[in-house]
Design a protein around this ligand. Structure first.
Ligand SMILES: CC(C)(COP(=O)(O)OP(=O)(O)OC[C@H]1O[C@@H](n2cnc3c(N)ncnc32)[C@H](O)[C@@H]1OP(=O)(O)O)[C@@H](O)C(=O)NCCC(=O)NCCS
Length: 154
């Protein structure tokens, strides 16, 4: 498995994965294109001999990197793919001069919360009934050098 920067050629594949993994909350193809190739973004994909098995996207604002997305196909979970993707965008954030990484995650997403905890994220805020299923959003923060995934907080 290798990690490489995303390219415009990955838009179709990542759009399909968005549909599979996020359903009603999936990014549109136009959003995927913007997130993979837009200004101030860093996007990486994990690839094995079956194709793209995971991806991560960040957005840089001043000295903060928001983790916009991190996702791995179910068949490849718990093999360290997300940890490697996160390491990659964390390193890119440091290169870009950022000092911390922020993310928003549903309080109901226990798998992601467990993952972020292993990666050094701590909760700094909570937004009640933020998601369409009525769940709260938790805002998590990690210092660059210790962790990462994303939304935005002040
Ligand atoms: C969250 C997600 C990205 C984790 O990806 P992953 O590749 O399975 O994570 P890793 O293998 O790197 O996990 C590293 C460690 O995090 C913890 N962890 C990861 N997923 C976990 C889970 N579902 N339950 C408990 N702990 C978990 C474990 O400690 C794991 O180490 P271990 O497998 O040796 O025990 C993946 O489950 C996913 O794509 N979920 C759906 C999309 C999503 O919710 N993304 C986050 C919001 S954008």
């Amino acid at each position: 498995m290798t990690i490489r920067p995303a390219t415009p050629d990955d838009v179709a594949t990542v759009s399909e994965l968005e549909e599979q993994l996020f359903g009603a909350d999936a990014w549109s193809a136009a959003s995927v294109r913007e997130e993979l190739t837009g200004q101030r973004r860093r996007a990486v994909v994990a690839v094995d001999d079956t194709g793209v098995v995971g991806y991560a996207v960040t957005l840089l604002t001043d000295d903060v990197v928001d983790l916009q997305r991190i996702a791995v196909v179910p068949s490849q979970r718990r093999t360290g793919v997300a940890a490697r993707l996160l390491d990659e965008v964390r390193g890119a954030g440091r290169t870009d001069g950022a000092h911390r990484m922020l993310l928003e995650v549903s309080a109901a997403n226990t798998g992601a919360l467990a993952f972020y905890a292993t990666q050094g994220f701590v909760q700094i805020d909570q937004r009640p009934r933020y998601y369409r299923d009525g769940s709260d959003a938790l805002v998590l923060r990690a210092t660059l050098g210790g962790a990462a995934c994303g939304g935005r907080a002040s």
